[in-house]
Design a protein around this ligand. Structure first.
Ligand code: URA
Ligand code: CA
Length: 434
């Protein structure tokens, strides 16, 4: 009989837990026989003393097995999933999924709704008239077999241990722990059933990981978990000092994704999408190297195949794809209000978090789970870090359904810096394979 107090003590004194101890702990916590206060104490011990790779993998697997596990074996081919640790204006899934699928690689994407800046992938897609993410497991599998791509809401009881643990970490200051973050993310990916996983680990002022060193540690930990759990896994470390692309908001980001699929999107969004797609194509065995995958991905943007795949996917899930040629079909916010530069100079900083918050207070994201998303609202940035602006230039267009946008403006005032030191940072720092 495993006693939780002994496991807490073990971790407190930097000893490694065994697989069966970890399994018993997660089972007990999920079922409610281990109380929050003991789990909280354990998390704090992990926060300070860490876990080795074997432990963090066992923790991940125990969490993955705490609820339903999706069986995708009825889908032919190697299924590849992609996960981002969270950025502002990050529309890459809407680009990467059809891009990879257009090469014949199956993409079976289960997405969540998410809190914060803007909605998740599901909310963005639901800004398209008619588009539905409601379907049975069988319909989901049929769609992927027929169209190479489907996006569905998370059904059933996926990783209940993670839901409970995350809520507990949130109120006990134990979110910022690499083993706890890595196991939380990877448990959900493993339970979702893909054979291979590509991770986009964000680093910067707008990300969970503030330094490159932390981001590298998180990426290595997750890739190791993937390998030990027999999933092919790669990671990319990408910059999140400023928002990705120009659009922040649900329908606005859908338009930006379509522009990117037409090969006329923002440079940063295109570059990151091509890199992630290259990794996914490589893991799926469709190409012999990540470089070849990136070349292939770029070709699919240039020859229109990725866009064609996107249209097919939208229609297969009930959406009206005419908006691809006429964006006004997505509707428009009642007000488009310019936000202007207060002085001239080089734009030196765009704090991604605060830009995200500005979009959220307009209604593009949820502060609480119950909030409704307003699909049309958000921001279009007209200048990015490094650009020279003149006093009075419109540097953001605010899309709002309320005339008073002072809350958003306050945040933009704080997010923006003109005339400071411009740090040259790469968009993609490195690829992590082990
Ligand atoms: N995202 C997750 O899913 N879990 C974490 O712990 C942190 C970020
Ligand atoms: Ca964007």
């Amino acid at each position: 009989m495993v006693r939780m107090v002994d496991l807490i003590h073990k971790k407190q004194t930097k000893q490694a837990l065994t697989a069966s101890e970890i399994e018993a702990m997660i089972k007990g916590y999920t079922q409610g026989t281990i109380p929050d206060y003991q789990m909280a104490a354990f998390n704090m011990a992990v926060y300070f003393n860490g876990m080795n790779e074997e432990e963090v993998t066992q923790l991940t697997l125990a969490m993955a097995q705490s609820g339903d596990q999706i069986d995708l074996s009825a889908i032919e081919g190697i299924k590849v999933d992609k996960h981002s640790t969270g950025g502002v204006g990050d529309t890459t899934t809407l680009v990467v999924a059809p891009l990879v699928a257009s090469c014949g690689v199956p993409v079976a994407k289960m997405s969540g709704r998410g809190l914060g800046h803007t909605g998740g992938t599901l909310d963005k897609l639901e800004s398209i008239p008619g588009f539905s993410i409601e379907m049975s497991q069988d319909q989901f599998i049929d769609l992927v077999n027929q169209h190479h791509l489907a996006v569905a809401g998370q059904t059933g009881n996926l990783t209940p241990a993670d839901k409970k643990l995350y809520a507990l970490r949130d109120v006990t200051a134990t979110v910022q722990s690499i083993p706890l973050i890595a196991s939380s993310i990877m448990s959900k990916k493993i339970a979702a059933g893909s054979d291979a996983i590509v991770l986009d680990v964000k680093v910067g002022r707008g990300a969970f990981m503030k330094t490159l060193d932390q981001a590298e540690q998180l990426a290595h930990t997750m890739v190791q978990i993937g390998h030990l759990a027999k999933r092919k896994t790669l990671a990319v470390i990408s910059n999140m000092d400023q928002p990705l692309g120009f659009a922040v908001g649900n329908a606005l980001e859908v338009i930006e994704a379509v522009e990117t699929l037409k090969n006329q999107g923002p440079k940063d969004l295109t570059e990151l999408s091509v890199t992630l797609a290259g990794q996914m194509l490589f893991l799926a065995g469709a190409v012999d190297s990540v470089d070849q995958g990136m070349t292939k991905a770029l070709e699919q943007l240039e020859n229109g195949q990725a866009l064609k795949q996107f249209k097919d996917f939208i229609e297969a899930q009930g959406g009206d794809a005419h908006f691809i040629e006429d964006y006004s079909l997505l509707g428009q916010a009642s007000y488009q209000i310019p936000y202007r530069a207060k002085k001239s100079g080089q734009l030196s900083h765009w704090e991604a978090d605060l830009v995200g918050e500005a979009a959220m207070v307009l209604g593009a994201g949820r502060a609480t789970k119950e909030d409704q998303i307003d699909p049309q609202v958000g921001l279009i940035l007209k200048a990015k870090v490094g650009d020279w602006v003149q006093e009075g230039d419109e540097i953001v267009t605010i899309y709002s359904n309320h005339e008073d946008v002072s809350e958003a403006v306050n945040r933009l005032d704080q997010a923006l810096e003109i005339g400071g030191f411009v740090e040259e940072r790469p968009l993609i720092y490195e690829l992590i394979e082990d």
